[in-house]
Design a protein around this ligand. Structure first.
Ligand SMILES: Cc1cc2nc3c(=O)[nH]c(=O)nc-3n(C[C@H](O)[C@H](O)[C@H](O)COP(=O)(O)OP(=O)(O)OC[C@H]3O[C@@H](n4cnc5c(N)ncnc54)[C@H](O)[C@@H]3O)c2cc1C
Length: 622
């Protein structure tokens, strides 16, 4: 097959600036897949029609270059396999590079030993299968974990940490703690931290700690000969038959990121080892195995609603602006017989899976993207960081308050505060749940429960809006950012001289399922102002409401909570081999991280460890 450069491809296909080819993903502010947006997936070829000739071939083909993909690539190449990593994004890293880089790896890491923390794989295993540990909401986060998956994680966690260090990951040399993440287990401090202090750039799109984890691993992988096929979205996994036989390769379609005003696709920060190819479709044969490392399903509205039907389109996936987690790995694998697993973990909306953050006026409420980030032109605004929720109220799509704005979402699970609070913990003791301060109050369920103004068929709750006035903007020092936000996205930020006019503007938002009556918003603000005057929030007990909302212009900023982790996915065994509905291994297919089921632990640790396991097994077991 003739290879052409990307520039040539764009010229030949007549792709205009600002447009994408092949149903590419990345042009608007948010890439979550909603109704009618299946175009992010390419042609759904019959997965048993094996191509006569592959465009590329390797021993191990890894789909996704995030927390699973990079350690998997390193392990496979160390075991003597040739490796191609395919990623739909313009650069490596996935959500892992946007992450805080806090990794709850335990079981006796060299850092735990150095800083006198007692831990071993048995303790880690017992911790993460202890039914009796409940969050303060009462939900038991470890109860429904798959014991086999968990045992493999416990046994491989410390070796993964040492392997990451050996391959360049830059962890801060300090005592592990339990702050910065969730579900670290209670018996030992396990959170290892990376550091990144240099802000956002092409090297570090989100300017976050995950950069110090991902970039060094990437350098080592490229130096060891791992090849990267970027800008390709895997759509099909080929298998000999739908019910039997080996997995043989994949098909993907081209998804360059072309920023507004540009004609050439965005380039990855590093390019050595990149495969230069730019045709509409590509097929990649896997002589030994395919590893699914696609990051989960919470960016795919219809798929995530399998677990929680309330999560309709208005809810965005955190960091979706950088890379998708669109269930494509799960769907391709299920098409060839794979089973889902451990679904309770995702249905329980605990442990940070749904989050209220403090950045309003951005759709994912999470990262404050700055102009230094390479993807800023597509996001367009940094959002407004709320220092004090006394400066705003939150209303639902109908214009009514429903909660005390100073409250957070679910209280954290076993993060540091909870860890300290859980005095007298005894593993598996049925009395443990009585030792926590039970507090099931929750902003997010309050928001979802309202359904005011919703309609058939989905009865979606619609967005939530932060409402504030010009005085609040001054107190928060938002004036400059507001000017930027006003021109950024007509869906996320509104300004008006009256509350009635503001309600009209909000009603024009694509995600509103209801016309917000101006009279309702006015009445809500009037009532709140009366609470400020009286010194008591009679409706929702916000602690001493402080400021009236009265000085125009009035503002509305998107304050809808974000969807975060995926906690259920493909059924895997202890080697990370994908299994079918009968419990049989699908030969040549592996999965790890947020696309895999059986583990309720938040974030990086399980993903890195499963990458560590899957990469090796794919190379040696095939
Ligand atoms: C802002 C933020 C902060 C976080 N902070 C922390 C933290 O401090 N500690 C912690 O433990 N966890 C944290 N997390 C969670 C952690 O980053 C994720 O759990 C982890 O990165 C998931 O790893 P993964 O490999 O499964 O997916 P990802 O790291 O997201 O990688 C998936 C990759 O697959 C690619 N991909 C998807 N579909 C396809 C396809 N069809 N074809 C080709 N490529 C595809 C994506 O582009 C992406 O590169 C954070 C997450 C976010 C968003």
């Amino acid at each position: 097959m003739k290879k052409i450069s990307r520039r040539e491809f764009l010229k030949n296909t007549g792709v205009a600036a600002g447009a994408a080819v092949g149903g590419g993903l990345l042009l608007s502010g948010c890439t979550s897949l909603g109704k009618g947006q299946a175009s992010a997936f390419g042609a759904q070829t019959d997965p048993t029609k094996i191509p006569g000739k592959w465009d590329f071939e390797a021993d191990v083909v890894i789909i996704g270059s995030g927390a699973v993909g990079l350690p998997a690539a390193l392990r496979a190449v160390d075991a003597g396999a040739s490796v191609i990593v395919v990623d739909t994004n313009y650069d490596v890293g996935g959500h892992a590079i946007t992450s805080g880089g806090n990794c709850p790896l335990g079981g006796g890491t060299s850092y735990q030993i150095k800083y006198g923390i007692q831990d071993d794989p048995d303790t880690y295993f017992k911790d993460l299968t202890d039914w009796s540990v409940t969050e303060v909401s009462g939900l038991a986060e470890y109860r429904y974990n798959d014991r086999g998956v968990q045992r493999a994680l416990a046994d491989n966690s410390a070796p993964t940490f040492e392997y990451l260090l050996a391959n360049g990951a830059a962890f801060a040399d300090r005592a592990p703690d339990n702050s910065g993440a969730h579900a670290t287990g209670i018996s030992a401090r396990r959170e290892h931290h990376t550091l990144w202090t240099e802000g956002q750039s092409l090297e570090s799109p989100a300017g976050a700690g995950g950069t110090s984890l991902i970039r060094p691993l990437e350098v080592t992988a490229r130096n060891k000969g791992v090849q990267f096929l970027l800008n390709y979205h895997m759509d099909v996994i080929f298998r000999e038959s739908l019910t039997g036989g080996r997995v043989l390769g994949i098909q993907a379609h081209y998804t360059p990121t072309i920023l507004p005003g540009e004609s050439a696709p965005l380039q990855s920060f590093r390019t050595n080892g990149n495969i230069d190819f730019a045709q509409e479709q590509v097929t990649v044969g896997a002589r030994k195995a395919v590893i699914i490392a696609t990051g989960g399903n919470t960016g795919n509205v219809e798929f995530r609603r399998i677990f929680d039907p309330r999560l309709t389109e208005e809810y965005a996936l955190a960091a979706d602006e950088y890379s998708p987690q669109d269930a494509s790995g799960e769907i391709a694998a299920m098409t060839i017989g794979a089973s889902l697993w451990g679904t309770a973990n995702q249905t329980m909306d605990r442990n940070g899976s749904l989050r209220k953050r403090s950045i309003i006026g951005t759709r994912t409420n999470y990262i404050g993207w700055t102009p230094a980030s390479p993807i800023f032109p597509k996001i367009k605004y940094t959002g407004l960081n709320v220092r004090n929720w006394q400066d705003a109220i939150i209303v639902n799509q109908a214009g009514n308050r429903f909660y005390s704005e100073t409250e957070d979402g679910y209280p954290n699970g076993t993060a540091e505060g909870f860890y300290n609070q859980f005095g007298g913990y005894v593993h598996g003791d049925w009395r443990n749940p009585t030792k926590i301060n039970y507090s099931p109050k929750n902003y997010i369920d309050a928001a979802l429960a309202i359904n005011e103004g919703s309609a058939a068929p989905d009865f979606a709750s619609g967005p939530q809006w932060a409402i504030f006035d010009s005085e609040a903007a001054l107190r928060e020092r938002w004036t400059e950012l507001i000017e930027q936000s006003e021109t950024a996205d007509p869906n996320l930020f509104f300004k008006a001289d009256t509350l009635a006019e503001l309600a009209d503007k909000i009603s024009a938002c694509t995600y509103q399922y209801y016309r917000m009556p101006g009279s309702v918003l006015q009445a809500t603000v009037d009532r709140y102002n009366a609470f400020v005057a009286g010194g008591r929030d009679e409706d929702f007990d916000k602690p001493t409401p402080r400021y009236r909302i009265e000085k125009p212009p009035f503002y509305a900023a998107w304050a809808t909570f974000a969807v975060h982790d995926t906690y259920a996915g493909l059924r895997i065994n202890m080697k990370c081999q994908v299994q079918d509905i009968k419990g049989q291994v699908i030969p040549g297919l592996y999965c790890g991280g947020e696309s895999a089921g059986g583990c309720s632990q938040h974030g990086l640790a399980r993903c890195l460890t499963q990458g560590y396991i899957a990469g090796y097994e794919a190379a040696v077991t095939g």
